[in-house]
Design a protein around this ligand. Sequence first.
Ligand SMILES: CC(C)(COP(=O)(O)OP(=O)(O)OC[C@H]1O[C@@H](n2cnc3c(N)ncnc32)[C@H](O)[C@@H]1OP(=O)(O)O)[C@@H](O)C(=O)NCCC(=O)NCCS
Length: 162
Amino acid sequence: MKSTVIRHEQLSPLQHQQLLEIELLSEQKTLVGDAYGAVHTLTARPACDIQGYVLLIEDVPVGFFLLKRRSLLPRWADGPTATLHALMIDRRYQGLGLGRTCVGMLPGLVRGFWPDIEQLMLAVDLGNLPARALYQSLGWQECGDADRTRTGFERRMVLSLG
Ligand SMILES: CC(C)(COP(=O)(O)OP(=O)(O)OC[C@H]1O[C@@H](n2cnc3c(N)ncnc32)[C@H](O)[C@@H]1OP(=O)(O)O)[C@@H](O)C(=O)NCCC(=O)NCCS
C-alpha cells in the first residue's frame, strides 16, 4: 500500500472532492468534526500561518491534518509553536499505521517549512484514547489543559523539536 503526503493546494479537482468524502465513525465526528469543517479551516488568513496536508493511498485522499502558527495559534499555544489540528484517517483505513505515519513525519515537515518553530502542540479530548496513545508512543507529553469540552477539558500535548 503506497502512501504519500502532499500539501492541500497540490490536490487535483478530483482529489479535492475525494478529500471531502473521508469518513469517520460518528463518535469520532463528535470529537473532531468532519472533512468539510477541516478543509474550511484552510480559508483562515493569513494563509502563510496555516498549512493543510493530505495523505494519499494510490493517489486517493484517505487522511488529513492541519498545522497552524503565529497569529492563527489557538488560545492555549503561543511563542515559536506550531499546532496540529483535524488529524483524521478515513475509518476504512484506520488501524493500518497511517495515523502513525502522519504524526511521525510532523517534525521533519515543520522543520522544512517553518524552520523557526521550536515545538509542536495539540489538544486532544481526554476520552480519545486511541489518539492519546498514538501521540504518547511518538514522544508527545501531556502538559495541562487546553479548551473546555462538554465533558471536561481537552488535554494539551507537546513535542519539543529541540
Ligand atoms: C486517531 C487516528 C488518527 C489514528 O489513526 P490510525 O491510522 O487508525 O492509527 P495507527 O494505525 O497509525 O495506530 C497508531 C497508534 O494509535 C493507537 N491506536 C490506534 N487505534 C487504536 C484503537 N482503536 N484503540 C487504542 N489505540 C489505538 C495505538 O497506540 C496505535 O499504535 P499500535 O498499532 O502500535 O498499537 C484515527 O483513529 C482517527 O482518524 N480518529 C478520528 C479523528 C481523531 O480522533 N483525531 C485525533 C484528534 S486529536
